[in-house]
Write a protein that binds this ligand. Structure first.
Ligand SMILES: [Zn+2]
Length: 250
């Protein structure tokens, strides 16, 4: 049993020049490599259960997540996940106007095509779960408490109505949150993912869960590093430059 568990974050699986793009070829090859190394996926909520009960994670396990709900998740990532028998959680930004007609798509982010409800329902039949990612993808730290409540609470409600399943997980847009957002997320969900860079462990905060953005897995060599003891060191070494970059971006 393992004391640490990588929770990987992908966004779109495409070849656009964007930090949110991840190469479809590398997605396939990287995950195949992890499969060959004996990795299996566990559902996010199982990982949270382990943390809450201080029970170690299954050996060589990982969690795969996708933020936002891009169409490429269905078209390019889903077939690979099915082939490798990997599960995943997709966090959806559902929009203000509730339309759950099967062919309707989620509101566009980054000018990309998003998932349709038909695609969401189809993935739901396999091992893909859906979590909330607000109505409009705002930086929650810039909103009033009431607005945060609407963005979080309403997104959960609409997603549950549309999927017919309980929605227990949430991801903060841009990974950004404050005490108010955290407190509201805690009222609605069993966990909330941040973009805090790190490998989840039994001391992880279930409402500020650290993840490994796929940005840090941009070569097959980095996937090969994941099962080794060096991966943790690599991730730790990326934290400082990332904090500096973010500071300059403000
Ligand atoms: Zn997002």
């Amino acid at each position: 049993m393992a004391a640490a568990l990588p929770v990987l974050t992908f966004h779109a699986v495409d070849k656009l020049a964007s930090v949110n793009s991840f190469s479809p070829q590398l997605f396939r090859r990287g995950l195949q490599r992890l499969r060959q190394a004996g990795y299996q996926t566990i559902p996010l909520l199982e990982a949270i259960d382990c943390i809450k009960h201080q029970r170690r994670f299954p050996e060589r396990s990982l969690v795969i997540t996708f933020d936002d709900g891009y169409e490429s998740v269905y078209r390019l990532a889903f077939p690979v996940l099915q082939e490798l028998k990997f599960s995943a959680t997709v966090f959806l930004t559902v929009g203000i106007h509730p339309t759950t007609q099967l062919e309707a798509r989620l509101p566009s982010l980054e000018n990309r095509l998003m998932l349709s409800w038909r695609e969401i329902h189809e993935m739901q039949k396999y091992c893909i779960e859906f979590g909330a990612h607000t109505l409009t993808h705002p930086d929650l730290t810039t909103l009033s408490r009431q607005q945060i409540e609407v963005e979080i609470g309403e997104s959960k409600k609409r997603l549950e109505e549309a999927t017919g399943k309980a929605v227990s997980s949430f991801a903060y847009p841009f990974g950004r949150f404050d005490e108010r957002a955290r407190e509201i997320a805690q009222r609605h969900f069993a966990c909330a993912c941040s973009d805090k860079l790190g490998i989840a462990n039994l001391r992880s905060d279930c409402f500020a869960l650290q993840r490994v953005d796929a940005y840090y897995l941009r070569s097959e060599k980095l996937f090969a590093l994941l099962p080794t003891k060096f991966f943790n060191g690599y991730i730790l070494s990326r934290r400082v430059p990332r904090t500096v970059r973010r500071w300059f971006r403000k």
